[in-house]
Design a protein around this ligand. Sequence first.
Ligand code: HEM
Ligand code: CU
Length: 539
Amino acid sequence: MNTSMSRRSVIREWVFTVDHKKIGIMYGVTALFFFLLGGLAALIIRTKLLTPGPDVVSADTFNQTFTLHGTIMIFLFMIPMLTGFFGNYLIPLMIGARDMAFPRMNALSYWLFLLGGLILIISPIFGAIPDAGWTAYPPYSVRSPGAGIDLWISSLHILGISSILGAINFIVTICTMRAPGMTWNRLPLFVWSSLVTSFIQLFGIPALAGAITTLLADRHWGTVFSVPSAGGDPMLYEHLFWFYSHPAVYVMILPAMGIVSEIIPVFARKPIFGYRAVAYASVAIGFLGFFVWAHHMFVAGMKVDAGTPFEISSMVIAVPSAIKIFNWLATMWRGANVYTTPMLFVTIGFLGLFTIGGLSGVYAAAVPVDMHVHDTYFVVAHFHYVLFGGSMMGVLGGIYYWFPKVFGKKYNETLGKWIFWLYFIGTNLTFMPMHFLGLAGMPRRVYTYDPHYTLFNQIATLGAYMLAVAVLMMIYNFVHSALRGEEAGANPWGDAQTLEWTISSPPPAHNFDTIPVVTASPYEFGVSEWVKKEQHSIQ
Ligand code: HEM
Ligand SMILES: [Cu+2]
């Protein structure tokens, strides 16, 4: 009786919570669950592609599998993980606030996210699985039979509302609830990147909502948005879709860059090099991100001249990213550089692999190059280097870095490093061969392929299995350490200086007993060697 009562109160504590930390953890756990489903889909795809012929799954199942994989990884994992988990958990702590500006709306965002996610992942139970790719281009998405695409559209609409509410909440929180003394120039860089991310969501999602509504209308209400013979134009959807979805790639990279900016100074034991340049580079990326969308459409029937401005803007947008990379390297230059697991993930992992993905993006942004590589595995290699090599490395580095704060326990460092290396090698084995496959002409999203592509496909599949092992080891590492780990203390990294490290681990429900007064930037490390100091409090 007693235990069931207490179990019920634990459930109630989480279901009705409006605490940003609990909501953040619920986002994180839910997103990780979706990640496992998306990962399972990836393994099915790679297992099929181990051989060139039509085996393992049917062609229809293959199409459904890569559609679910892409949609889940982007909308149910990466965006909610970066904004829902990291944003929710960290922003109020980092700015010295007791919660988000609108705690109930915050809870609503989470529950809408869960609802939108469930609508998508239960689609296989009803046998109505979307199969038009995560981009759902018409005309196929309009003609695709069954209710799969309708579920996909409903899911995205609900996720969109959730993200808009979240974005409003973050913007108001960051603008109005900073602790005294936390000027814009003392704002932690993760918070800067989240602020920009929120504006991108706010301005971009309505375009996506409009795009998918044209699909719904064409499917059910007799409209002809995408039917040229009746005066429509399928390019409308592509423009609207990419007007959101290119900026969305920055939703998936900016917070990860914010995480990198938090971790490197702590382990290099140096102030971040060029704080303002890093902060304003996020703003520049957010702004420019809205002017490059048509680089996805160079071969879609756009006028050739219309491509040029997008080619130029796409190359220009690489500049602020390059500035950040330069500044991170300059921060590490002559730093103490202690390669803990989070530091490995954000330096060798993020810096190394995001740079490769950024460079292949600049290549693809040149119209004549893109004519060749568009819709080949080269593009798959490009975006996995930025998303898996970049964003995901940031996510994992961030999880390891803040693990002691969230759980109050230390993780197992030796295991963490092994996992990093397995993950790093697996990522490169999986995605590096895709560059060569693409350049050799292998199209993306194909079920069968010419046998001379077999070897590189097998290497990629081997890499994917390695990644699966790394993920399982990581889950073990987290669960084991959360239950059995050593006590972490308030500031296990010595003198990490953002405000969340000045309070206990895990933080109390109300975060701060007294609201701190901020007198310095969070990156003022005076010494360049690794010194363990007593907890450094910013008062
Ligand atoms: C350095 C800046 C970047 C440039 C110049 C760039 C350029 C491009 C270009 C030209 C394409 C289209 C290729 C084609 O389909 O023919 C593309 C695709 C893509 N990029 Fe990037 N990119 C950059 C950064 C990023 C980042 C940071 C991300 C995500 C974190 C990303 C994610 C993607 C995705 C998901 C696609 C494929 C979309 C699809 O067709 O399914 N890119 N990129
Ligand atoms: Cu793009």
